[in-house]
Design a protein around this ligand. Sequence first.
Ligand SMILES: Cc1cc2nc3c(=O)[nH]c(=O)nc-3n(C[C@H](O)[C@H](O)[C@H](O)COP(=O)(O)O)c2cc1C
Length: 404
Amino acid sequence: MSCQSNNATDPTFAIAEGAQEIDPKVVAQDLVKRFGPSGMDPRVQKLIPGFDAPFYQAGLAGYSDAAMRIIARRHGCPLCVTEALLDRTLLAGGKGFAKADLGELHDNVPGGVEDNPLVGQVMGSDPGEMAAGAVKMIEQGKRSHKAYRKMVDSGIDELRSDGSDTFAAIDVNLACPVKKISKKSRGGHWLSEPEGAIAILQAVREVLPDSIPLTVKMRRSFDDTEEMKKNFLYLFDAAYDLGCAWVTVHGRTVEQKYIGPSRWDPLKRLVDRNPDRLIFGSGDVWDVNQIFRMIGYTGLTGVSVARGCIGNPWIFRQARSLLAGRDPQAPTIAEQREVLEQHFDLALAVNAHTRDPELFTSKNMRKFGIKFAVHHPNALEVKKQFIYVKNLDEWREVLEKWYV
Ligand SMILES: Cc1cc2nc3c(=O)[nH]c(=O)nc-3n(C[C@H](O)[C@H](O)[C@H](O)COP(=O)(O)O)c2cc1C
Protein backbone atom coordinates (compact mmCIF):
# COMPACT_ATOMS: atom_id res chain seq x y z
CA MET A 1 0.00 0.00 0.00
CA SER A 2 1.44 3.34 -0.91
CA CYS A 3 0.88 6.75 -2.47
CA GLN A 4 0.64 5.02 -5.81
CA SER A 5 -2.63 3.13 -5.28
CA ASN A 6 -5.22 3.57 -8.03
CA ASN A 7 -2.98 5.50 -10.35
CA ALA A 8 -3.59 3.41 -13.41
CA THR A 9 -6.03 5.76 -15.09
CA ASP A 10 -5.40 6.88 -18.66
CA PRO A 11 -3.95 10.33 -19.26
CA THR A 12 -6.65 13.00 -19.37
CA PHE A 13 -6.62 16.73 -19.74
CA ALA A 14 -7.17 18.62 -16.52
CA ILE A 15 -10.45 20.47 -16.13
CA ALA A 16 -9.49 24.00 -17.18
CA GLU A 17 -11.59 25.70 -19.83
CA GLY A 18 -9.53 27.06 -22.69
CA ALA A 19 -6.21 25.76 -21.33
CA GLN A 20 -5.62 23.51 -24.33
CA GLU A 21 -5.69 26.53 -26.65
CA ILE A 22 -2.79 28.16 -24.79
CA ASP A 23 0.41 28.21 -26.85
CA PRO A 24 3.19 26.68 -24.68
CA LYS A 25 5.84 28.56 -26.65
CA VAL A 26 4.26 31.89 -25.77
CA VAL A 27 4.11 30.96 -22.07
CA ALA A 28 7.76 29.86 -22.10
CA GLN A 29 8.85 33.09 -23.73
CA ASP A 30 6.78 35.17 -21.28
CA LEU A 31 8.58 33.45 -18.40
CA VAL A 32 11.93 34.21 -20.01
CA LYS A 33 10.94 37.87 -20.43
CA ARG A 34 9.92 38.08 -16.77
CA PHE A 35 12.69 36.09 -15.13
CA GLY A 36 15.54 35.70 -17.62
CA PRO A 37 16.67 32.58 -19.52
CA SER A 38 15.80 30.16 -16.68
CA GLY A 39 12.15 31.20 -16.64
CA MET A 40 12.26 30.66 -12.88
CA ASP A 41 11.31 33.16 -10.18
CA PRO A 42 14.64 34.33 -8.68
CA ARG A 43 13.25 33.94 -5.14
CA VAL A 44 13.17 30.19 -5.69
CA GLN A 45 16.72 30.12 -7.00
CA LYS A 46 17.83 32.04 -3.93
CA LEU A 47 16.27 29.41 -1.67
CA ILE A 48 17.57 26.44 -3.65
CA PRO A 49 20.51 27.33 -5.87
CA GLY A 50 20.37 25.15 -8.95
CA PHE A 51 16.57 25.02 -9.08
CA ASP A 52 16.76 26.97 -12.30
CA ALA A 53 13.69 26.09 -14.36
CA PRO A 54 9.96 26.26 -13.50
CA PHE A 55 9.39 22.52 -13.17
CA TYR A 56 10.67 19.58 -11.12
CA GLN A 57 10.38 15.82 -10.86
CA ALA A 58 7.76 14.85 -8.28
CA GLY A 59 8.12 12.23 -5.62
CA LEU A 60 6.81 9.00 -7.15
CA ALA A 61 6.65 6.06 -4.75
CA GLY A 62 8.01 2.93 -6.39
CA TYR A 63 9.70 4.87 -9.21
CA SER A 64 11.68 7.96 -8.27
CA ASP A 65 14.78 6.31 -6.81
CA ALA A 66 18.24 7.74 -7.41
CA ALA A 67 18.45 5.98 -10.80
CA MET A 68 15.32 7.65 -12.16
CA ARG A 69 16.35 10.97 -10.66
CA ILE A 70 19.81 10.92 -12.22
CA ILE A 71 18.36 10.08 -15.63
CA ALA A 72 15.94 13.00 -15.27
CA ARG A 73 18.76 15.34 -14.29
CA ARG A 74 20.86 14.28 -17.28
CA HIS A 75 17.96 15.53 -19.39
CA GLY A 76 17.63 18.92 -17.75
CA CYS A 77 15.47 18.30 -14.68
CA PRO A 78 16.56 20.99 -12.20
CA LEU A 79 15.22 19.45 -8.96
CA CYS A 80 13.94 16.09 -7.74
CA VAL A 81 11.95 14.97 -4.72
CA THR A 82 12.38 11.58 -3.03
CA GLU A 83 9.39 9.33 -2.52
CA ALA A 84 7.40 9.93 0.63
CA LEU A 85 9.26 8.33 3.55
CA LEU A 86 7.32 7.55 6.67
CA ASP A 87 8.63 9.09 9.87
CA ARG A 88 8.65 5.68 11.54
CA THR A 89 10.48 4.11 8.57
CA LEU A 90 13.10 6.78 8.95
CA LEU A 91 13.35 6.33 12.68
CA ALA A 92 13.51 2.55 12.40
CA GLY A 93 16.41 2.89 10.00
CA GLY A 94 14.31 1.38 7.24
CA LYS A 95 14.29 -2.05 8.85
CA GLY A 96 11.10 -3.99 9.34
CA PHE A 97 8.87 -1.80 7.23
CA ALA A 98 10.01 -2.74 3.77
CA LYS A 99 6.74 -4.17 2.52
CA ALA A 100 4.15 -2.41 4.62
CA ASP A 101 4.97 1.17 4.02
CA LEU A 102 6.07 3.75 1.58
CA GLY A 103 9.47 4.46 0.15
CA GLU A 104 12.41 2.46 1.39
CA LEU A 105 15.45 4.22 2.71
CA HIS A 106 17.93 2.91 0.16
CA ASP A 107 15.87 4.36 -2.71
CA ASN A 108 15.89 7.74 -1.13
CA VAL A 109 19.44 8.42 -0.11
CA PRO A 110 21.06 11.04 -2.30
CA GLY A 111 22.61 9.37 -5.31
CA GLY A 112 25.98 11.11 -5.28
CA VAL A 113 27.17 14.34 -6.84
CA GLU A 114 24.82 14.06 -9.79
CA ASP A 115 21.74 13.84 -7.58
CA ASN A 116 21.56 17.49 -6.60
CA PRO A 117 19.60 19.48 -5.55
CA LEU A 118 17.38 16.92 -3.84
CA VAL A 119 14.31 17.45 -1.67
CA GLY A 120 13.57 14.81 0.97
CA GLN A 121 9.90 14.10 1.52
CA VAL A 122 8.57 12.95 4.90
CA MET A 123 5.12 11.83 5.92
CA GLY A 124 3.63 10.69 9.20
CA SER A 125 1.36 11.07 12.16
CA ASP A 126 3.25 12.49 15.07
CA PRO A 127 4.92 15.95 15.16
CA GLY A 128 7.88 14.74 17.26
CA GLU A 129 8.50 11.71 15.05
CA MET A 130 8.16 13.78 11.90
CA ALA A 131 10.68 16.31 13.24
CA ALA A 132 13.13 13.58 14.29
CA GLY A 133 12.64 11.83 10.94
CA ALA A 134 13.33 15.04 9.02
CA VAL A 135 16.49 15.70 11.05
CA LYS A 136 17.67 12.13 10.54
CA MET A 137 17.03 12.47 6.84
CA ILE A 138 19.03 15.63 6.35
CA GLU A 139 21.80 14.36 8.61
CA GLN A 140 21.78 11.04 6.74
CA GLY A 141 21.72 9.23 10.02
CA LYS A 142 25.03 10.59 11.32
CA ARG A 143 23.86 9.85 14.90
CA SER A 144 22.77 6.39 16.08
CA HIS A 145 19.20 5.11 15.51
CA LYS A 146 18.67 5.24 19.26
CA ALA A 147 19.77 8.87 19.45
CA TYR A 148 17.10 9.95 16.97
CA ARG A 149 14.48 7.84 18.73
CA LYS A 150 15.43 9.41 22.05
CA MET A 151 15.05 12.88 20.57
CA VAL A 152 11.34 12.25 20.02
CA ASP A 153 10.81 12.06 23.78
CA SER A 154 13.21 14.82 24.72
CA GLY A 155 11.48 17.63 22.84
CA ILE A 156 12.21 20.16 20.16
CA ASP A 157 15.37 21.64 21.66
CA GLU A 158 17.10 18.27 21.60
CA LEU A 159 16.01 17.73 18.06
CA ARG A 160 17.30 20.85 16.43
CA SER A 161 19.74 19.99 13.66
CA ASP A 162 23.03 21.77 13.22
CA GLY A 163 22.81 21.60 9.46
CA SER A 164 23.76 19.44 6.55
CA ASP A 165 24.30 19.75 2.86
CA THR A 166 22.71 16.50 1.74
CA PHE A 167 19.19 17.76 1.09
CA ALA A 168 18.26 21.10 -0.43
CA ALA A 169 14.88 21.13 1.35
CA ILE A 170 12.44 18.99 3.29
CA ASP A 171 8.92 18.51 1.95
CA VAL A 172 6.06 17.41 4.20
CA ASN A 173 3.52 15.21 2.43
CA LEU A 174 -0.06 16.24 3.22
CA ALA A 175 -1.38 14.73 0.01
CA CYS A 176 -1.04 10.95 -0.09
CA PRO A 177 -4.53 9.40 -0.27
CA VAL A 178 -3.68 6.05 1.36
CA LYS A 179 -6.16 5.16 4.11
CA LYS A 180 -5.63 5.99 7.75
CA ILE A 181 -3.68 3.32 9.56
CA SER A 182 -4.76 2.52 13.15
CA LYS A 183 -7.00 5.59 13.03
CA LYS A 184 -3.91 7.75 12.68
CA SER A 185 -3.88 10.50 10.10
CA ARG A 186 -1.03 11.01 7.73
CA GLY A 187 -0.56 12.37 4.21
CA GLY A 188 -3.74 13.78 2.70
CA HIS A 189 -5.87 12.78 5.68
CA TRP A 190 -4.40 15.71 7.55
CA LEU A 191 -6.46 17.99 5.28
CA SER A 192 -9.49 16.95 7.30
CA GLU A 193 -7.66 17.70 10.58
CA PRO A 194 -5.74 20.90 9.86
CA GLU A 195 -4.66 21.57 13.47
CA GLY A 196 -2.73 18.28 13.50
CA ALA A 197 -1.05 19.17 10.23
CA ILE A 198 -0.11 22.59 11.57
CA ALA A 199 1.50 20.97 14.62
CA ILE A 200 3.60 18.83 12.28
CA LEU A 201 4.69 21.75 10.08
CA GLN A 202 5.56 23.78 13.15
CA ALA A 203 7.63 20.98 14.71
CA VAL A 204 9.51 20.22 11.49
CA ARG A 205 10.18 23.89 10.71
CA GLU A 206 11.54 24.43 14.20
CA VAL A 207 14.12 21.66 14.03
CA LEU A 208 15.43 22.38 10.57
CA PRO A 209 18.32 24.79 10.20
CA ASP A 210 17.30 28.14 8.66
CA SER A 211 19.31 27.27 5.57
CA ILE A 212 16.99 24.38 4.74
CA PRO A 213 13.63 25.43 3.31
CA LEU A 214 10.52 23.54 4.36
CA THR A 215 7.97 22.95 1.60
CA VAL A 216 4.61 21.19 1.60
CA LYS A 217 2.72 18.94 -0.79
CA MET A 218 -1.07 19.19 -0.54
CA ARG A 219 -4.18 18.16 -2.43
CA ARG A 220 -6.63 20.91 -3.42
CA SER A 221 -8.98 19.71 -0.64
CA PHE A 222 -9.86 16.54 1.23
CA ASP A 223 -13.17 16.41 -0.68
CA ASP A 224 -15.53 18.82 -2.38
CA THR A 225 -17.53 19.91 0.70
CA GLU A 226 -17.42 23.56 1.74
CA GLU A 227 -16.04 22.55 5.15
CA MET A 228 -13.04 20.79 3.61
CA LYS A 229 -12.40 23.62 1.15
CA LYS A 230 -12.22 25.98 4.14
CA ASN A 231 -9.85 23.56 5.92
CA PHE A 232 -7.60 23.59 2.89
CA LEU A 233 -7.34 27.38 2.78
CA TYR A 234 -6.77 27.57 6.52
CA LEU A 235 -3.93 25.06 6.31
CA PHE A 236 -2.51 26.58 3.13
CA ASP A 237 -2.28 30.03 4.78
CA ALA A 238 -0.88 28.53 7.98
CA ALA A 239 1.90 26.83 6.03
CA TYR A 240 3.19 30.18 4.74
CA ASP A 241 2.68 31.84 8.13
CA LEU A 242 4.83 29.12 9.70
CA GLY A 243 7.65 29.92 7.29
CA CYS A 244 7.18 27.28 4.60
CA ALA A 245 8.82 28.40 1.37
CA TRP A 246 6.11 27.10 -0.93
CA VAL A 247 3.26 24.66 -1.27
CA THR A 248 2.77 22.33 -4.22
CA VAL A 249 -0.94 21.72 -4.73
CA HIS A 250 -2.20 18.65 -6.58
CA GLY A 251 -5.44 19.56 -8.35
CA ARG A 252 -7.31 16.42 -7.22
CA THR A 253 -9.00 15.84 -3.86
CA VAL A 254 -7.74 13.19 -1.44
CA GLU A 255 -11.02 11.37 -1.82
CA GLN A 256 -10.52 11.34 -5.60
CA LYS A 257 -7.17 9.54 -5.26
CA TYR A 258 -5.94 9.37 -8.87
CA ILE A 259 -9.33 8.84 -10.50
CA GLY A 260 -10.62 11.37 -12.98
CA PRO A 261 -9.04 14.60 -14.14
CA SER A 262 -7.41 17.15 -11.88
CA ARG A 263 -8.78 20.69 -11.73
CA TRP A 264 -6.59 23.65 -12.49
CA ASP A 265 -9.20 26.32 -11.60
CA PRO A 266 -8.73 26.02 -7.84
CA LEU A 267 -4.99 26.48 -8.41
CA LYS A 268 -5.59 29.57 -10.53
CA ARG A 269 -7.83 30.97 -7.78
CA LEU A 270 -5.08 30.38 -5.22
CA VAL A 271 -2.62 32.35 -7.32
CA ASP A 272 -5.15 35.17 -7.87
CA ARG A 273 -5.75 35.25 -4.12
CA ASN A 274 -2.05 35.29 -3.23
CA PRO A 275 -0.14 36.69 -6.20
CA ASP A 276 3.05 37.21 -4.18
CA ARG A 277 3.36 33.67 -2.85
CA LEU A 278 5.47 30.98 -4.44
CA ILE A 279 3.02 28.22 -5.36
CA PHE A 280 3.63 25.08 -7.41
CA GLY A 281 1.03 22.85 -9.03
CA SER A 282 0.58 19.20 -9.87
CA GLY A 283 -1.93 17.14 -11.80
CA ASP A 284 -2.24 15.99 -15.40
CA VAL A 285 1.13 17.16 -16.62
CA TRP A 286 1.50 14.44 -19.23
CA ASP A 287 3.72 16.17 -21.77
CA VAL A 288 5.83 19.26 -22.25
CA ASN A 289 2.89 21.32 -23.51
CA GLN A 290 0.97 20.71 -20.29
CA ILE A 291 3.90 22.05 -18.24
CA PHE A 292 3.58 25.44 -19.86
CA ARG A 293 -0.20 25.37 -20.29
CA MET A 294 -0.60 24.75 -16.58
CA ILE A 295 1.69 27.66 -15.76
CA GLY A 296 0.02 29.87 -18.40
CA TYR A 297 -3.48 29.02 -17.22
CA THR A 298 -2.89 29.32 -13.49
CA GLY A 299 0.01 31.75 -13.09
CA LEU A 300 1.77 29.23 -10.81
CA THR A 301 5.49 29.61 -10.08
CA GLY A 302 6.11 26.20 -11.61
CA VAL A 303 4.80 22.66 -11.85
CA SER A 304 5.80 19.20 -10.72
CA VAL A 305 6.01 16.50 -13.35
CA ALA A 306 4.81 13.12 -12.06
CA ARG A 307 3.38 10.34 -14.24
CA GLY A 308 4.37 12.38 -17.29
CA CYS A 309 8.06 11.68 -16.69
CA ILE A 310 7.93 7.94 -16.03
CA GLY A 311 9.79 6.51 -19.02
CA ASN A 312 9.98 10.02 -20.42
CA PRO A 313 12.97 11.99 -19.14
CA TRP A 314 12.92 13.86 -22.47
CA ILE A 315 10.04 15.95 -21.15
CA PHE A 316 12.67 17.96 -19.24
CA ARG A 317 14.89 18.45 -22.28
CA GLN A 318 11.85 19.50 -24.27
CA ALA A 319 10.84 22.01 -21.60
CA ARG A 320 14.36 23.48 -21.61
CA SER A 321 14.13 23.73 -25.41
CA LEU A 322 10.91 25.73 -25.21
CA LEU A 323 12.52 28.10 -22.72
CA ALA A 324 15.44 28.51 -25.12
CA GLY A 325 13.01 29.34 -27.94
CA ARG A 326 13.56 26.05 -29.78
CA ASP A 327 11.05 23.43 -30.86
CA PRO A 328 10.96 20.38 -28.57
CA GLN A 329 12.32 17.22 -30.16
CA ALA A 330 11.15 13.64 -29.66
CA PRO A 331 13.91 11.19 -28.64
CA THR A 332 15.59 9.28 -31.46
CA ILE A 333 15.91 5.50 -31.21
CA ALA A 334 19.62 5.93 -30.42
CA GLU A 335 18.80 8.33 -27.57
CA GLN A 336 16.18 5.95 -26.23
CA ARG A 337 18.67 3.10 -26.23
CA GLU A 338 21.27 5.15 -24.42
CA VAL A 339 18.80 6.01 -21.67
CA LEU A 340 17.60 2.41 -21.37
CA GLU A 341 21.20 1.28 -20.91
CA GLN A 342 22.05 4.03 -18.44
CA HIS A 343 18.89 3.56 -16.39
CA PHE A 344 19.51 -0.17 -15.96
CA ASP A 345 23.15 0.41 -14.96
CA LEU A 346 22.19 3.09 -12.44
CA ALA A 347 19.40 0.90 -11.04
CA LEU A 348 21.86 -1.98 -10.57
CA ALA A 349 24.03 0.34 -8.49
CA VAL A 350 21.05 1.58 -6.45
CA ASN A 351 19.97 -2.03 -5.80
CA ALA A 352 23.44 -3.33 -5.01
CA HIS A 353 22.36 -4.01 -1.40
CA THR A 354 19.65 -6.52 -2.42
CA ARG A 355 20.18 -10.30 -2.33
CA ASP A 356 20.16 -10.67 -6.10
CA PRO A 357 20.67 -7.18 -7.55
CA GLU A 358 20.34 -8.28 -11.17
CA LEU A 359 17.04 -10.12 -10.66
CA PHE A 360 15.67 -7.38 -8.44
CA THR A 361 16.66 -4.68 -10.91
CA SER A 362 15.31 -6.61 -13.89
CA LYS A 363 11.92 -7.03 -12.28
CA ASN A 364 11.86 -3.41 -11.18
CA MET A 365 12.89 -2.15 -14.62
CA ARG A 366 9.98 -3.90 -16.37
CA LYS A 367 7.55 -1.17 -15.38
CA PHE A 368 9.96 1.46 -16.72
CA GLY A 369 10.52 -0.53 -19.94
CA ILE A 370 6.76 -0.55 -20.55
CA LYS A 371 6.67 3.23 -20.24
CA PHE A 372 9.82 3.78 -22.31
CA ALA A 373 8.34 1.58 -25.06
CA VAL A 374 5.68 4.23 -25.74
CA HIS A 375 8.27 6.25 -27.66
CA HIS A 376 9.11 3.34 -29.98
CA PRO A 377 7.35 3.00 -33.36
CA ASN A 378 6.58 -0.65 -32.45
CA ALA A 379 5.44 0.23 -28.96
CA LEU A 380 3.18 -2.79 -28.39
CA GLU A 381 5.76 -5.39 -29.39
CA VAL A 382 8.55 -3.73 -27.42
CA LYS A 383 6.34 -3.43 -24.36
CA LYS A 384 5.55 -7.17 -24.49
CA GLN A 385 9.26 -7.98 -24.50
CA PHE A 386 10.15 -5.75 -21.59
CA ILE A 387 7.49 -7.43 -19.46
CA TYR A 388 9.45 -10.71 -19.30
CA VAL A 389 12.98 -9.47 -18.71
CA LYS A 390 14.73 -11.43 -15.91
CA ASN A 391 18.34 -10.34 -16.21
CA LEU A 392 20.70 -7.87 -17.78
CA ASP A 393 21.31 -10.08 -20.85
CA GLU A 394 17.59 -10.21 -21.60
CA TRP A 395 17.33 -6.45 -21.20
CA ARG A 396 20.20 -6.09 -23.66
CA GLU A 397 18.51 -8.54 -26.05
CA VAL A 398 15.47 -6.28 -26.24
CA LEU A 399 17.75 -3.34 -26.96
CA GLU A 400 19.66 -5.30 -29.62
CA LYS A 401 16.46 -6.36 -31.31
CA TRP A 402 14.51 -3.08 -31.21
CA TYR A 403 16.87 -0.22 -30.54
CA VAL A 404 19.39 -0.34 -33.41
C1 LIG B 1 2.90 5.92 -8.61
C2 LIG B 1 2.75 7.22 -7.90
C3 LIG B 1 3.48 7.45 -6.75
C4 LIG B 1 3.39 8.69 -6.11
N1 LIG B 1 4.16 8.92 -5.01
C5 LIG B 1 4.18 10.17 -4.47
C6 LIG B 1 5.06 10.47 -3.40
O1 LIG B 1 5.78 9.62 -2.87
N2 LIG B 1 5.08 11.74 -2.96
C7 LIG B 1 4.29 12.74 -3.52
O2 LIG B 1 4.34 13.90 -3.11
N3 LIG B 1 3.44 12.46 -4.50
C8 LIG B 1 3.36 11.21 -5.00
N4 LIG B 1 2.53 10.96 -6.04
C9 LIG B 1 1.68 12.04 -6.57
C10 LIG B 1 2.37 12.78 -7.71
O3 LIG B 1 3.51 13.47 -7.25
C11 LIG B 1 1.43 13.78 -8.41
O4 LIG B 1 1.03 14.76 -7.49
C12 LIG B 1 0.20 13.11 -9.00
O5 LIG B 1 0.53 11.94 -9.71
C13 LIG B 1 -0.55 14.07 -9.92
O6 LIG B 1 0.21 14.42 -11.04
P1 LIG B 1 -0.01 13.71 -12.48
O7 LIG B 1 -1.51 13.66 -12.72
O8 LIG B 1 0.68 14.67 -13.44
O9 LIG B 1 0.59 12.38 -12.42
C14 LIG B 1 2.54 9.70 -6.65
C15 LIG B 1 1.80 9.45 -7.79
C16 LIG B 1 1.88 8.23 -8.42
C17 LIG B 1 1.07 8.00 -9.65
